[in-house]
Ligand binder design. Sequence first.
Ligand code: NAP
Length: 483
Amino acid sequence: MELNNKSLFKEKCYVNGSWVESQSGDFLEVNNPATQEIIGKVPKFTKDETKKVIENANDAFQTWKNTTAKERSVILKKWGDLIVENVEDLAKIMTIEQGKPVAEAKGEILMGASYIEFYAEEAKRVYGDIIPDPRPGKRIVVIKQPVGVVGAITPWNFPNSMITRKCAAALAVGCTAVVKPASQTPYSALAVAELAHRAGFPKGVFNIITGSAKDIGLELTKNPMVRKISFTGSTEVGKILMEQSASTVKKVSMELGGHAPFIVFDDADLNEAVTGAMQSKFRNSGQTCICSNRIFVHEKVYDEFLEKFSAEVKKIKVGNGLDEGVVSGPLIDKSSLDKVIDHVQDAVNTGAKIAVGGDVHSLGGNFYQPTVLSHVTTKAKITFEETFGPVAPLYKFSNDEEVINLANDTPYGLASYFYSRDISRVWKIAEALEYGIVSINNGLPTIAEIPFGGVKESGMGREGSKYGLDDYLVIKYISMGGI
Ligand code: NAP
């Protein structure tokens, strides 16, 4: 890997301010999803090693929690600046382990840095309250304090920004963190740790460990010193972590799976809707939790939308994310590819027609053709399951009530999108959609300033914005008498 700054490629865990290997010497191999080549290996930490890291983080918390928001902000800002300065190298590392095109990787890394910038400022505004006391001679004071050691577990689809989104908020308010990144993308996480080290976080404040998800997850969730679990990943694993966290009654936040509806009403600007559908469906080869997974189009504009959308999808250049002009990389692994193949096959078997793509890509490996399916029926698996791939299923609807019911007919509730120019409809639909995020005439709703998160089985808690701080804070009521 040709990097300007070779020391960003780390094959050790970052623990208590140092780079360490596992005691056993066991490791996990990491591969490039575009070529299947092994990139390198990272340590396989055990439960006991994880316990030691938590103890260090707890020691560090005793001091870090007493620093001022301003002191923490200075280090955080430096961390964010270093990430921006090293964006080229970080993007190369990300593309090689995750597959997304370099330009898209850069976009994610800059977004990741924007969370750090935001929280470096926002944590200065962790205000409390003085509540008027109805009792004479007494006062009610409310303060907010950092919750303690945070265990963060993150997915492979956003190997940088899912870590910074959690940890910027946690560290900014005075928590310390032990992070376990996805085994498929540890190098982006370890590079970010190297930059955190250079930014000057005291030892033990920020730690990244790699290894068996089950072992590390068990220790993070069961250890009483960890007071908060912040997880981004599948609903299935989120439920396991919630159960495990119950034994020590931890605060949890869960950013889980999605199954976003994308609705095009007959009064929509169709060109804008096509642009929005391209952004929300094909970013990261369809592997984002807010990717639209069901595109509902009003019968009056269905044919026109299908034609315009299909024409755009045909232009997508698929390939190795390091190559010039590529906008869609490989899927992360064979099982993701198999799921996409299964969803398309099943949709066709239940009545759908292939408008674009519909098969594995001639590049082989984990590559799949960007695909549009028309006339998909509600019998198809894709109607109920998150696909996590470059497949856009189109459904026809005829009225508002019908499409609201279709859109809400899922246990998920993360992101939803719709296109309309009718102000009355805009309000009605926005209020009726059972989702944490409703994006109107906008295919890219995520930025640092918004409260990102879901309802129903898409999770709980919010990341980004002032609300994102609440997940790392506890409220203390101080009662004062004798006044
Ligand atoms: P995943 O299988 O749930 O893995 C996510 C993380 O959990 C990885 O670090 C994984 O480690 C770890 N993990 C797996 N099993 C575990 C266990 N038993 N105990 C503790 N940790 C465990 O999800 P994924 O396939 O990587 O990511 C895709 C999913 O994430 C999709 O459902 C997507 O919608 C969701 N997602 C949600 C958001 C959001 O903000 N709502 C954002 C991005 C993605 P290993 O890699 O070592 O297995």
